[in-house]
Design a protein around this ligand. Structure first.
Ligand SMILES: Nc1ncnc2c1ncn2[C@@H]1O[C@H](COP(=O)(O)OP(=O)(O)OP(=O)(O)O)[C@@H](O)[C@H]1O
Length: 360
């Protein structure tokens, strides 16, 4: 097992009718999502990482070996924190005392996150004297995450932390999770089967099926693959990192710049220039033209190079991977359109983008 940076996780474990067999190298920072259908083994993999599930294999986190073929540290000797679907706050302690519980046990010299930092990141300043029963589900989960961070872990594991929350609470907690993703120095491994959560939060994605990894890599790259894991061609689409640069009050539009051009979008909520957003562009919402056609209704026209064409994934349908600047896109076309235009690898084309949505 290597002691190089990043997370190395190689596990094999067997239940009656289920086999987990993975060998992963994940980034040593940022948020990695474990994504896949119910029962594919996400929780089992997380439990193997934590040492909660006995498995053969090896595990190291940024050079620190937790498990090898000859030895395995028990869970309490692995410097990690685990956040579950359901929070387990002490009901008889205030938020402040819940937070202090783990914090006090970490020697001062080993504390990586200060009390105030955790309180600020999770927006808890106004709740510190409240009892858990007086908090909403989302607020309780924010306390649970802060409490986990205050134990100064080297790895944060989160198992569907939003799945017990209603839609409103999910919306409220999202910006806090985004802030964590952007501020935490330690890696986060986050289990989810929600595409929306993964699209919004993940830097890196591991797609699992039946106990095995079917694809893994940076979110943008994986979503822009022409061969869609799980046969998701119908919903195929890319996520783009962009910055709002302009608000057009006359037409109620926002301009979002990304590496490769800019897109105009409508948004329900008010946004100030400078705000970073993730945008979703579906493959079925992009058509291609060989010239810039301004005499039509689609306003988002982006020049791009054809990188790859996957023909007849389904009868009569082709998936075209394009790159504008450094940003990949997917366009789903009929194979006849690809043939008749024709669209060829390496060609310069214009993408006509019918719809762009902010991921929220
Ligand atoms: N202790 C166990 N004994 C026997 N089978 C188990 C045990 N734990 C999990 N399994 C089985 O292993 C498979 C993977 O379960 P796991 O909970 O890891 O899936 P998951 O992807 O996290 O699913 P979900 O999204 O529904 O939480 C399932 O078929 C499950 O029934």
């Amino acid at each position: 097992m290597t002691t190089s940076p990043g997370i190395h996780a190689r596990f094999q474990c067997h239940f009656d009718r289920f086999h987990l067999n993975v060998n992963l190298k994940l980034p040593g920072s940022g948020l990695t999502a474990l994504f896949g259908h119910s029962g594919c083994g996400k929780t089992t993999l997380l439990r193997c990482m934590a040492g909660l599930q006995v498995a053969t294999g090896a595990m190291s986190v940024n050079g620190d070996e937790w498990q090898s073929d000859s030895s395995s540290r028990p869970v309490h000797q692995r410097p990690l924190a685990y956040v579950f679907q359901e929070t387990s706050l002490f009901p008889h302690l205030s938020v402040r005392r819940n937070l202090m519980y783990g914090y006090r046990r970490v020697p001062q010299a080993e504390r990586q996150i200060s009390f105030n930092q955790a309180v600020n990141w999770l927006g808890l300043a106004n709740f510190l004297e409240r009892m858990p029963a007086k908090l909403s589900g989302g607020e309780r989960q924010r306390v649970a995450i802060a409490r986990a961070l205050l134990t100064s872990p080297n790895l944060l594991l989160m198992d569907e932390p939003l799945s017990a929350l209603d839609q409103t609470s999910k919306r409220e907690i999202m910006p806090y999770l985004e802030a964590l993703r952007d501020n935490l120095a330690i890696p986060v491994v986050y289990v989810s089967h929600s595409r929306a959560e993964v699209a919004r939060l993940a830097d890196h994605i591991v797609m699992m099926d039946n106990g095995a990894v079917v694809a893994q890599g940076p979110l943008q790259e994986i979503l822009a693959r022409t061969d869609q894991p799980f046969g998701l061609e119908e919903d195929a689409g890319v996520i783009i990192e962009a910055v709002i640069t302009e608000r057009d009050d006359q037409w109620h539009l926002y301009r979002a710049d990304f590496n490769g051009g800019h897109l105009w979008l409508r948004a329900d909520q008010g946004m100030e220039p400078g705000r970073r957003v993730r945008l979703q562009v579906l493959a079925r919402d992009i058509s291609l033209a060989l010239r810039e056609q301004t005499d039509q209704s689609i306003q988002n026209l982006i020049a791009a190079n054809v990188d790859k064409i996957a023909s007849n994934l389904r009868p009569g349908t082709s998936m075209v991977r394009l790159v504008a600047g450094t940003t990949p896109f997917l366009a789903r076309l009929t194979s006849r359109a690809v043939h008749n235009l024709p669209i060829k690898q390496g060609q310069r084309v214009w993408m006509q983008i019918k719809s762009v949505a902010i991921v929220d």
